[in-house]
Ligand binder design. Structure first.
Ligand SMILES: Cc1cc2nc3c(=O)[nH]c(=O)nc-3n(C[C@H](O)[C@H](O)[C@H](O)COP(=O)(O)OP(=O)(O)OC[C@H]3O[C@@H](n4cnc5c(N)ncnc54)[C@H](O)[C@@H]3O)c2cc1C
Length: 528
């Protein structure tokens, strides 16, 4: 028991004690809680709001699916296995809203002009992420997904509380040690470890993580809509590896870019990321941007918002520390730059795997927390380099292709490696997101340096092909593809055989393992 004072009034409140407190019941907090509970840890999951609640961060990727599959197998969380592929999700969890995502599409628009892919399809880039609908990624309807995962946590015996905002009372000093003291609703809780899964809330500041300057500064206007026409191929467009409506669609504009994510029920999540400061009400800004681009205006002509169109200024943020004595931040509490390449969900899940690993034998010592924090900082820098280059070259597709190719080479290389190879001793999760810990770190650094020196009209077209060659297993920049890259498993196998030694395999072994790309079932055996 102890006295707690607020607004000049003091009361004596009972103090609870837990090994681990997770603040924030988004998907990351809930999955982490379930895995830690499966490991026998004593914990509390606290959510400020009440599910279902709206959240952004909807477009998943193959690397996110791999992390979900590993978490499913390692901690016996079967539903995560189902969430990792569109077919499984649709069949086994039909009540949880989602959308088919076959890949990424990018379109370069000009104000006042109807969109055209241009000669040699130079204004359109299509990259498939899966060979068919069944194995495809998903757009997550976050209100549904987050509620589902939070309820699963509760059903499995995790102690969960909603409408319970966490505030920090004190963190242990270097000399005295001791627990983190928290106010959780009307109670006091002491924890050996606080995990901040609140996604960019002020909680991190009260733990001692100061604000750092993000490299990007953008503003966002967004909502969910009904009645949005698909941005389909018009007659005469080159072939596409999949129906483009089932993608994360990126429309590159003079003012920034627009995302469109379609759910299976026909609703669409759409928003503009803007480099300038838009004046006026969010709905007016949204409408006037549509008005400048005839192909987008046509798509939204008969649409209606399903919730108010709202704006958010200063989308990007960054903290100067990701962990300290008695606490750590999940990625979305530490840094966010931009949703351009859908990196958030995959990065968060990778960090969830790490935190469970760190806590397997109890609360980790400061040295381990610091290692976690350094890796997160390196990864945030790595992601920043990519996104800063993307913004510098937008909306010109020919120049924008350099950061895009760097991203797709790095991400597809990781996917292939994680599916084909046995996990390293510490597990894939400690390898560093998108190659932060290997030669791809230098690749991203060089992209960053060169995009600064290229200036306002320079191009990296000559540089990018040779630069990504070691990681380019999906035929990126092959002119025969005309900027539309399918998942061509035969072609990929041929390319992978050429670099088999770099993967630590001989060609025969690589061929033997190749069927793993089609079926993730080998994972169960590898992790058992
Ligand atoms: C505009 C935008 C678009 C994005 N698009 C994508 C995308 O397409 N793909 C992708 O992979 N990622 C995307 N992201 C990133 C993605 O949103 C995050 O990676 C993801 O939401 C992280 O999930 P989380 O559970 O860690 O945090 P959140 O989803 O932010 O959940 C945090 C939870 O904590 C709760 N909370 C807050 N404060 C407190 C408190 N004091 N006490 C208790 N609870 C609290 C909140 O109510 C919330 O439920 C996007 C991000 C933004 C900003």
């Amino acid at each position: 028991m102890g006295p707690v004072c607020r607004g000049g009034r003091c009361a004596v409140i009972a103090t609870e004690r837990r090994e681990i407190v997770i603040a924030g019941g988004g998907f990351a907090g809930s999955i982490l809680a379930r895995a830690l509970h499966a490991e026998g840890r004593d914990l509390l999951l606290l959510e400020r709001g009440r599910h279902p609640r709206f959240a952004l961060g909807e477009s998943s990727t193959p690397l996110a699916n791999l992390a979900l599959e590993r978490l499913a197998v390692r901690y016996g969380l079967d539903d995560l296995w189902d969430l990792a592929a569109h077919g499984r999700w649709r069949r086994r969890l039909p009540e949880v809203g989602r959308g088919l995502k076959r890949g990424f599409c990018f379109y370069e628009h000009e104000p006042g002009e109807v969109f055209s892919p241009g000669p040699s399809s130079s204004r359109r880039l299509v990259v498939a992420a899966s060979p068919d609908d069944d194995a495809a990624d998903n757009q997550w309807l976050r209100a549904d997904v987050d509620r589902f995962l939070f309820e699963r946590a509760r059903a499995e015996g995790v102690e969960c509380r909603e409408e319970t905002a966490v505030e920090v009372i004190s963190v242990p000093g270097d000399a005295d040690g001791g627990p983190v003291r928290l106010r959780a609703g009307d109670r006091i809780v002491e924890a050996d470890l606080l995990v901040d899964a609140t996604g960019g809330s002020p909680l991190a500041a009260s733990l001692g993580a100061g604000e750092a300057s993000p490299r990007l500064r953008t503003n966002l206007v967004y909502s969910h809509f009904a009645g949005v026409e698909p941005f389909e191929r018009a007659e005469g467009w080159p072939d596409s590896p999949f129906p483009e409506r089932w993608s994360a669609s990126h429309h590159l504009l003079e003012e920034g870019w627009m995302y469109q994510l379609r759910f299976d029920d026909g609703s669409v999540s759409a928003g503009f990321l803007l480099t300038g400061d838009p004046a006026g009400a969010a709905e007016t800004v949204f409408a006037s941007l549509l008005g400048r681009y005839p192909s987008l205006a046509r798509q939204f002509a008969d649409s209606r918002p399903l919730r108010p169109v709202v704006s958010r200024s200063g989308v990007a943020y960054r903290r100067d520390l990701a962990a300290g004595r008695g606490w750590l931040l999940l990625p979305h509490s530490f840094a966010f730059a931009d949703p351009m390449f859908s990196t958030g969900i995959a990065w968060s899940l990778l960090a969830v795997e790490r935190v469970v690993d760190l806590c397997r034998n109890g609360v980790p010592a400061l040295g381990l927390l610091e290692r976690y924090g350094s890796l997160l900082a390196a990864e945030a820098d790595h992601i920043d380099r990519l996104l800063v280059a993307a913004y510098r070259f937008m909306p010109d597709m020919e120049r924008f292709a350099a950061p895009a190719m760097v991203y797709f080479a790095a991400a597809s290389f990781d996917e292939l490696r994680q599916r084909l190879l046995d996990p390293p001793t510490e597990g894939w999760c400690w390898e560093g997101f998108l190659g932060t810990g290997d030669g791809r770190r230098r690749l991203f650094e060089e992209l960053d340096e060169r995009c600064v020196s290229a200036g306002v009209s320079g191009s990296l077209a000559e540089w990018v092909g040779p630069a990504i060659e070691r990681w380019n297993l999906i035929g990126l920049l092959d002119p025969r593809r005309r900027n539309a890259y399918p998942v061509d498993l035969e072609d990929m196998e041929w390319r992978a055989v050429q670099v088999a030694a770099g993967l630590g395999l001989d060609a025969a072994e690589l061929r033997r393992r190749w069927p793993r790309l089609r079926s993730p079932d080998h994972l169960s055996a590898a992790l058992a």
